[in-house]
Design a binder for this molecule. Structure first.
Ligand code: F6R
Length: 603
């Protein structure tokens, strides 16, 4: 979601730095891009709709400049088109912005009365005009920014150039991410560290309501008019990050990384015993209830976790969608642990839900993949998943790392509450050892996933059914298919079908039935037979061997059996692979699906 980059330094290659940075931010998702830079004391602005390539074709990468800002836009206010793309310029100000100015309408009306005329439909142009208006009566840009922050409401990370300050980039941040990259005789601003990693891996994370000014050799950050001391952090760079390693897409590479991610996530806590789990994981036994709040796939991971926490940890667990939770009456008891799950650690709704839980006085735990992210910094306790950075917009390895972490928490609770036998612990340790090779086995079935995908690719509506944990997995399988292959699909609790949805099932409607939870297998199988008898084309995904007569489904995909706590990590692989293969057949942009952003920093 909107990417910001900025450069001020001794070198004259600013344009190249901005474009390099925007390329690195492409993974966030965007629909237009633009840059602004000083050249001979004047600001040049270039922006284009669509891919970065369109912008690159319009600019001279060797233009001389040593200060500028750039932006990839993911439309919020106003359609994706050139006039709405950033940077926006009004009077003496040129800005790039990530976030939403919620009260821009009233500010706009006010500024229009003062003579401002707007060319775009954006909230950002209004913010830019506000800076310009305030600057007319106060020539101190920092004071202008502070004053503007008292007027605007919403989320914003902003990079600002002022015609009168040719060696300075100004910034302000609230609820949207912004970092300052610290180099030698050069400094950067960016939405995320990877945008500048080839230039420096030292950075400062801005906090909410921070604002400041950056020159090539000085960084000043203020909060509430007070100059702040800040820590410069070092980002540990993984050189493999941007390498596709021979895979056609990052998504495929990331799906294949799951066995390794599982080992990394689990190895911190479990080896030949559960010692590490006891020592390194906080004690959650004091909580009478758990509430998990997240968005998208992270919510689906939470739904898997709910099953594990209730069955093994014997603790009531509710899952809520962050965007709903944050505007509802939370009904949080004080003895309730609130867990937020996020790959990026920057999802606006999840962050706000976390703040709400903290304000309510609840203990909070973040299951986070990105070190130092806003959510990681805000939560009382953090358990880091070890998925490494994901480049593909659709999450795969981070999702399974979240599921693995929730299973470990459930196991920890079960052990501490003395709910698990020594025999079962041995079985679990054995499952943990063999799981990576079972995952590999599933990953090697590419041909089978392709054959299934060939059948599915011509359909417009596909149904997933399952019960309990299999329903949670069905929801993730359905989301993966929708987001990358643009195929409509829905996931249903298998028992719900006959309450309405079964009317949509007719000859050849594809239904993917997931049956791995033995406690409800017979029930789901009878629902599967119900749809089959109405003509559906049934793909039966199961860890059971000899159970259902051949004629009662069209294809069976057998997945290896493991301990119930970790079974979802196997079941999800065929679902991810089928979505991937369908998207490939349909020629979709798999790593960067249309309209989607990797990091959803607006609500
Ligand atoms: C789907 C997907 C999204 C994210 C959601 C939350 O493939 O990636 O649904 O899971 O936007 O993002 P994080 O985990 O970064 O909070």
């Amino acid at each position: 979601m909107c990417g910001i980059i900025g450069y001020v330094g001794k070198n004259n290659n600013c344009v190249r730095v901005l474009i390099d940075g925007l390329e690195k931010l492409e993974y966030r998702g965007y629909d237009s891009a633009g840059i602004a830079y000083f050249n001979d004391g004047k600001i040049n602005i270039f922006k284009e709709n669509g891919k970065l390539e369109n912008l690159k074709n319009k600019i001279d990468l060797s233009s001389s400049s040593n200060i500028g800002i750039g932006h990839t836009r993911w439309a919020t206010h106003g359609k994706p088109k050139k006039e709405n793309s950033h940077p926006h310029q009004v009077g003496k100000f040129t800005i790039v912005h990530n976030g939403i100015i919620e009260n821009y309408g009233e500010i706009k009306t006010d500024l229009e009365k003062k003579g401002y005329v707007f060319k775009s439909n954006t909230d950002t142009e209004v913010l830019c005009a506000l800076f310009d208006y305030l600057y007319k009566s106060c020539k101190d840009v920092l004071k202008v920014i502070k004053k503007a922050s008292e007027i605007i409401k919403g989320s914003y990370a902003v990079g600002i150039l002022c015609d009168d300050k040719k060696d300075k980039i100004y910034v302000i941040k609230n609820k949207s991410p912004l970092i300052i990259g610290v180099g030698k005789d050069e400094n950067f601003i960016a939405s995320d560290v990877p945008a500048i990693l080839d230039k420096t891996n030292y950075y400062i994370s801005l906090e909410d309501n921070d604002y400041g000014v950056i020159t090539k050799d000085e960084i000043k950050i203020y909060n509430n008019e007070k100059l702040k001391n800040y820590d410069v952090e070092k980002f540990e760079f993984d050189a493999d990050l941007m390498d596709k390693k021979g895979y056609q897409h990052y998504m495929l590479k990331e799906i294949h990384e799951q066995p390794d991610v599982f080992k990394k996530t689990v190895n911190d806590y479990v080896n030949t015993s559960l010692d590490g789990l006891i020592k390194k994981m906080p004690d959650f036994t004091k909580y009478n209830k758990i509430r998990i709040v997240a968005c998208g796939s992270a919510t689906h991971a939470a739904l898997v976790g709910k099953q594990m926490l209730e069955e093994y940890g014997n603790v009531k667990t509710d899952v809520e969608t962050a965007s709903e939770f944050r505007y509802s009456k939370p009904f949080l008891n004080k003895d309730e642990l609130v867990i937020v799950i996020s790959q990026s650690g920057e999802t606006a709704d999840t962050l706000e839900a976390l703040k709400l839980a903290k304000d309510n006085g609840n203990d909070t735990l973040g299951i986070i993949n990105s070190k130092g992210s806003s959510i990681a910094r805000c939560a009382d306790m953090v358990l880091y998943t070890k998925a490494g950075k994901e480049i593909a917009v659709a999450t795969t390895k981070a999702y399974s790392a979240q599921v693995a972490m929730l299973s470990l928490i459930a196991l920890n609770l079960s052990y501490k509450k003395d709910l698990i036998s020594t025999h079962e612990i041995k079985e679990i340790l054995n499952s943990i050892r063999t799981l990576p090779s079972q995952m590999q086995e599933l990953l090697s079935n590419e041909g089978e996933y392709k054959t299934i995908a060939e059948k599915l690719a011509s359909h417009n509506d596909i149904f997933f059914i399952g019960r309990k944990v299999d329903y949670a997995l069905a929801q993730e399988g359905s989301l993966k298919l929708k987001e990358i292959s643009y195929t409509h699909s829905d996931a249903y609790a298998a028992g719900e079908l006959k309450h309405g949805t079964i009317s949509l099932i007719d000859e050849k409607t594809p239904v993917i039935a997931i049956v791995t939870d033995e406690s409800v297998a017979a029930k789901t199988i009878s629902n599967m037979i119900e749809v089959k008898s109405r003509g559906a084309d049934v793909l039966y995904i199961t860890n059971r061997l000899d159970d259902v007569e051949d004629g009662l489904y069209d294809k069976k995909l057998v997945i290896p059996l493991t301990h119930k706590l970790f079974q979802p990590l196997l079941t999800i692989i065929p679902l991810q692979m089928i979505a991937y293969e369908v998207a490939k057949i349909k020629g979709c942009n798999i790593d960067k699906p249309k309209n989607l952003a990797k990091s959803v920093t607006v609500e």
